[in-house]
Ligand binder design. Sequence first.
Ligand SMILES: [Zn+2]
Length: 157
Amino acid sequence: MPSGKPRKSKVEKVFEALASSRGPDECWEWPGHRSVHGNYGRIGDARAHRVVYERYVGPIPGRLQVRHTCDNPPCVNPRHLLLGTVADIMADRSARGRTYRPKLTPEQARAVFVSSSGRRATAVRFGVTETVVKRIWRREYWRDATHGLVRPTKPGV
Ligand SMILES: [Zn+2]
């Protein structure tokens, strides 16, 4: 190992490549692993957006959570990350509707679109039919809401 200036970590290299390939206001979706629950980018056992927040924005005090203003879990664009309390997270969840709803909100449609679960699992999770999921994935439904999002590379269909 040469001594001297510190080498960039793998996380820094990946982040900087992502930052230079995307517009400043676009969602920067973590290109590595995704968590099974919630579709967050994963770095080892940590959530990528939390790692990025701590490294490039600042410490995450106490029990605060890092929320996405863009509702796009794999996004690590620091401009889309915001500290929040558990109460904020609960409010977000209730606003998105964890209980069955026949109609999706645009936020839910985006979450369906970026879901890396299978079509059936995604349908069950959002309380819609598999046809609705399929049409969202094909951009036949919610085309505007999902504009600019990228489907995970390995769709579970
Ligand atoms: Zn974003």
